[in-house]
Design a protein around this ligand. Structure first.
Ligand SMILES: [Zn+2]
Length: 229
């Protein structure tokens, strides 16, 4: 069974109709707080606008009719089946028709942040060459960690990243020819990068940004990415 991912063709879709395929209990590997229930906390839909956590981008939150979705994840590493994790045990049943609405402001910020991080990473590598990335994540701030010990020219990377954002380059995402799960991100003049995330269509949407460096003791250094508006 697969969930049709409406966000791959149009990252700007904020809502859709869908049908409940299955209602499941929250799997044991997902931690819950004391007093919370596992029963009827996962909804599988035939199609969705909800991005499932992957590639450092958090899963979407929002509503299914009048019930809250607290998180969205993939059922397995194959990334074909999406679990909508409900805030409370759901009243919905298989076969029910529902209307899905994502928390758009939060998602649009994550789209800007995700695109910003790609551009900042490209500029880091233009300046300092390819280094081993040992971690990356995004929420309110983005961050990427490199096993890299020389001084990082944060001012140069910030200036180049801001320039490319302001120039208003088109950003495209499309499916890998050989693997429907693998997707490609593309922005001229930087080229392509593998990514299944949701991105803005044009770099100018990202707006004003700032970057900050932080040492990670013996492991390397971290660069924080922030949206300023
Ligand atoms: Zn990405």
């Amino acid at each position: 069974m697969k969930t049709k991912k409406l966000f791959t063709n149009d990252a700007y879709l904020k809502e859709c109709d869908a049908q409940v395929v299955e209602v499941l209990d929250l799997p044991d590997e997902i931690p819950i707080e004391v007093g919370q229930e596992r029963k009827n906390r996962i909804i599988v839909l035939d199609q969705t606008v909800f991005y499932a956590m992957s590639g450092g981008q958090p899963g979407d939150t929002g509503t299914l009719d009048d019930e809250r979705i607290a998180d969205t994840i993939y059922a397995t590493d194959e990334k074909v089946l999406i679990y909508h994790c409900m805030e409370k045990p759901t009243q919905l049943k298989a076969g029910d028709k529902v209307h899905c609405v994502i928390d758009w402001e939060r998602r649009y910020r994550l789209m800007k942040m995700h695109s910003l991080m790609h551009i900042a990473i490209f500029n880091f590598e233009r300046k300092h060459g390819k280094s081993k990335m040992i971690g990356s994540n995004m929420s309110d701030k983005g961050r990427f960690d490199y096993e890299f010990f020389d001084p990082i020219d944060v001012d140069w990377i910030t200036q180049e990243t801001q320039r490319m954002i302001q120039e208003g380059h088109q950003i495209k995402t499309y499916g890998d020819e050989y693997d429907e799960v693998k997707r490609i991100w593309e922005m001229e003049p930087l080229g392509t990068m593998p990514c299944g995330g949701t991105h803005v269509k044009n770099s100018s949407e990202i707006g004003k940004i700032s970057l900050k460096r932080k040492g990670l003791s013996s492991q390397g250094q971290r660069v924080y990415c922030m949206l300023e508006e």
